[in-house]
Design a protein around this ligand. Sequence first.
Ligand code: ZN
Length: 553
Amino acid sequence: MGVTTLRSRFFSAVMAGVLLLGAVFCFPGVSVSAKESKLIAFTFDDGPGAYTSDLIDELDARGAKATFFMLGQNIGNYTDVVKKMHASGHELGNHSWDHPFLPDLSYSQAEKQIMDTNALLEEVDGNKYHIVRCPYGSSSDDVSAIVNTPLAYWSVDTSDWESRNADSVYNVIMENAYDGAIILAHDIYKTSVDGMLRGIDSLQDQGYECVTVSELLRRRGVKIDNGTTYFDALPGEGGGDLPAETPPEEPIGTVYVTASTALRQGTDKESAISGIVPAGSIASLLNKDDDKKYKVRSPWGEEGYLPVSSLQELEGDTPPITQAARKDEDITPPSDPVNRNMRTVSCTDIYNTEKGGIALGRLPAGSPVTLLEYTTDSVAMIKSASGTVAYVAMKFLEDAPAGAGRPKRDKDDKGVKVTPPQSGAAAIDLNLRKSPSSSSLIESIAVAGTQLTVTEEAKNNWCKVRTDDGREGYVQTYFVGTDYTAAKTTAEVNFRPEPNTKKDPIALLPSGTEVRILSKTKDWVLVMTSDQRTGYLSAEFVEAAKKADTDKT
Ligand code: ZN
């Protein structure tokens, strides 16, 4: 049920060489020096079984962590044991459903073996995927593609299933253990459990720390590739050793940030800034060990120090709204956000007006924001996680559609006036909006082809429609009815928000871009691209523009 220790050491030496080439080591604030701690990972396969619960108690009494590679077919009989295992901080591993030789299975059979077991483990720890050890250590390309986690092999095989002898298990461990080893045994045999526990006692006396397989790889800084097999993790293998993960500090209170302030990594003035916490933010207070700077956790989860002078401790977490420091109070946010789950794509400043003005703070990359409104061509109104309403350049927001914030067409614009037909089919999948604005709440979707009856004409090319199944909402008039002319651009051409060369273009469309002509005048055509952006093109560069005589004016 395994390979010899010597052979697996050879593999792991090769693996270590490969891994070092691609190793990336990054852990801010911790120096990259080898720690004296010796690490070892004890693993138990084929359970859970009759001895697993007692084994967990014994491990816990020793402060040892282990990884259990369990069979799906056994988990249902020991659900409480698996819950205890998880609660005690041991790692839940996947050893297939019923121990087949996985390379012999079809992709879907192998997937069922892995994912059915994951599903039971997910009920315990909430994770969709769990580290996998293949039965007999035998993997395949299919298995590598399925697991979505590393594959755990071993470097010390106790051959416990063969010997069924605690002394033998213990002796193999003591003769072969080394810093970074992964030890294999099975918790379905009492002899294995006894021998492993004695091994843990002796190795702990020698200064070993018993950790899970994932913790071993993490602490050694090993670069993880899902579907790749790991045999052990030698000291320094990933470029350096990391400290044990410390649990997050419990907040001792809440503070209100009265002025936008740099979040520093240390208490002295020189220490690095990891972001700006905007005025008006609420942060968790972690400690007051320094009387000039308090340690806080920012609204986006980053820890650092802020000067006490710009903080106000709160009783609960209700902000003192009267604070003069708030510069965003004259921004009136719309009632219907466009997107409640948007993030910043890179670090960006936020301002109190759409043209810039006062910087209200800086959002680090990945900050969650609520997108309130596409204000102009390139600026959006957002609400930060700490509640600050501000303006931000749209290019810093993920998935902001090109041209989404283009200015509304001027009422006096003679270029295009589209009179909606009294009824027609939806030209594309349409958002039925609560009010005639592209930032208004979407109430439902009318898929392309849905029959629409115009019930009310509104201003600025919006009309109210009713679907044939009785839903109502506002859509742009030129999406009602399907008799549009297909065309292509005949040159590279600017795609503009308005029929006006003075306005910055939304995009440059390549020659040959397929568009649908929605409306036209002598010089301009209003078109929709295949990705459903609408805008204006100079008519001379659009094929068939002249034929689009059905000007709806
Ligand atoms: Zn097994």
